[in-house]
Design a protein around this ligand. Structure first.
Ligand code: BES
Ligand code: ZN
Ligand code: ZN
Length: 479
């Protein structure tokens, strides 16, 4: 059952309203990882809740308690739950999305102020932090509600919503809420849910829409090395004391090799090698070495064949070194020995890896390697956040509905992908509600989520809104 023509027409006719809605959202710098922006995440929650309410959704703003960030005790932003429709004859779809964003500063190298939606009419691009990850897609659902209310046509399915404001910093508190709502059964906010749809991912490239049936998990570490009571002069103390920075750089160099192999014993080994059949699956995706090198902005791919490169992202774990807190990084040649430095790294996980079975291997290895250095400094290991990987059955009616919807809107059969990124609560939805979960993207592979000049193409926003709406009609139509 394709979406009614009047819905599709309405979306085209209200392009400007929808862009204004996105502009308002981008203007709220809801950066969850920065305590200075916590108020803004709350403001964004209120904005979204009022939008949902204005289109007839019953909502609840659920407090999630407090947490510690940069040594400060902070209120977690609320989750926004919603429901509309209670027709026993219709399917019930649960929508998840996040309204927080990654940090962004003009000085990082943005061409436009990151928290002002900037339109480039020549290219049809809408620039701004969160335009693609994940405010555009979240507002895509609001646009669908808007159209149905204005046209006075019933939604084809019952809808339930779960929006959060902490996804970019590990979704703290949300697992517990999902599990407790699931345990309430029919009485809970997720009672009667038949499937879940998340629009928080991207096409693999800039040409071919996709459906995503897997995400990697993550485990994030902070390793601190301390020794001196304060920063020291290298001319006075150099070669007289154990230096924390030297120890840390040596330790971090033992984690991963130049080809991406993880050097922590047992971690890569947990994952089975691909069969020839599986390799062929990756070979069939519309992707090339040129695509990865173009989106990375450098000729730096780890392999020369596309299946290997894609498997690196989709079905292998990876370990990335992110930064060193406390190190000297300013201009000039300061001759300091930093007193205390913390190295940050994370491992993206694939089944059967989880933070629970990987973290002990990491901790054991770090301690053993540090011991080998024979340093008198002190090593402290902190596990920051984590999330389990997720892989779904894509031969399900939920995916079939999304396939038909994609074909109707884009006239193309979507690629089936697994993704390298993480959305910590995806597996929680699947396990707690025992239903199929689908990732249905709005944006393209070159949107630059988390990067400078993040954008969403206007056509992806508008056609994406039609896609989300059409998907609901296809779910209603069934097999
Ligand atoms: N939208 C992304 C997840 C994603 C990334 C999907 C790449 C598909 C491809 C999400 O907002 C995100 O960035 N997640 C974090 C989670 C982490 C902080 C626990 C990530 O993957 O780094
Ligand atoms: Zn996201
Ligand atoms: Zn993100």
């Amino acid at each position: 059952m394709p979406a009614p023509a009047q819905f599709l027409k309405f979306v085209d006719a209200h392009e400007e309203d929808f862009i204004q809605r996105l502009a308002k959202a981008v203007e709220i710098p809801s950066v969850s990882g920065d305590p200075a922006h916590r108020e803004d995440v709350f403001r964004m929650a209120s904005f979204l809740e009022s939008q949902l309410k204005s289109y007839g959704v019953e909502t609840k703003s659920v407090p999630l308690g407090t947490h510690k960030l940069e040594g400060k005790e902070l209120q977690l932003p609320p989750a926004i739950l919603g429901r509309i429709g209670n027709d026993k004859g219709k399917k019930t779809v649960l929508i998840y999305g996040h309204f927080d964003v990654q940090p962004a500063e003009l000085s990082d190298g943005w061409s436009h102020p990151p928290f002002k939606l900037t339109r480039d009419d020549a290219t049809g691009r809408l620039y701004g932090r969160g335009s693609s990850d994940d405010k555009g897609p979240v507002l895509g659902w609001v646009n669908v509600l808007h159209a149905h209310k204005a046209l006075n046509i019933p939604l084809p399915v019952n809808l339930r919503f779960c929006f959060e404001g902490m996804e970019e910093t590990g979704s703290e508190g949300l697992d517990e809420l999902i599990i407790s709502e699931a345990q309430k059964g029919e009485q809970g906010w997720f009672g009667g849910v038949d499937c879940v749809c998340i629009s928080d991912n991207y096409w693999l490239n800039t040409r071919t829409p996709c459906l995503t049936y897997g995400l990697r998990g993550i485990t994030y570490f902070k390793v601190m090395i301390s020794g001196p009571a304060k920063d020291l002069h290298s001319g006075v103390f150099g070669r007289m004391v154990h230096e924390p920075m030297t120890d840390l750089v040596l330790l971090m160099s033992k984690l991963v090799d130049v080809n991406g192999n993880i050097l922590i014993p047992g971690v890569d080994e947990m994952v089975q090698s691909p069969t020839e059949e599986e390799r062929a699956l990756y070979d069939s995706l519309d992707y090339s070495i040129q695509d990865v090198e173009e989106s990375a902005g450098g000729k730096i791919a780890l392999a020369t064949d596309k299946a290997s490169v894609l498997m690196g992202r989709m079905r292998s774990p990876s370990l990335s070194l992110h930064g060193i807190e406390g190190a000297f990084y300013g201009a000039g040649g300061k001759t300091v020995i930093p007193a205390k430095v913390s190295g940050k790294f994370s491992i993206r996980l694939v089944p059967p890896q989880t933070p629970d079975n990987v973290n002990p291997l990491v901790v054991k290895y770090l301690n053993a390697e540090f011991k080998k250095l024979n340093s008198k400094n002190t090593l402290t290991i902190e596990e920051l956040h984590g999330g389990k990987p997720w892989v779904e059955d894509h031969n399900h009616w939920n995916y079939e509905a999304a396939k038909r919807a994609t074909l109707e809107i884009y006239k193309q059969t979507p690629d089936l992908t697994r993704e390298g990124g993480s959305i910590p609560v995806t597996l929680t939805f699947a396990e707690a509600l025992r239903v199929n979960v689908l990732l249905l993207p709005m944006g393209r592979g070159d949107d630059g989520a988390h990067s400078t000049n993040e954008k969403l193409d206007k056509s992806n926003y508008i056609e994406g809104t039609k896609l989300l709406g059409t998907y609901l009609y296809e779910v209603a139509a069934g097999q």
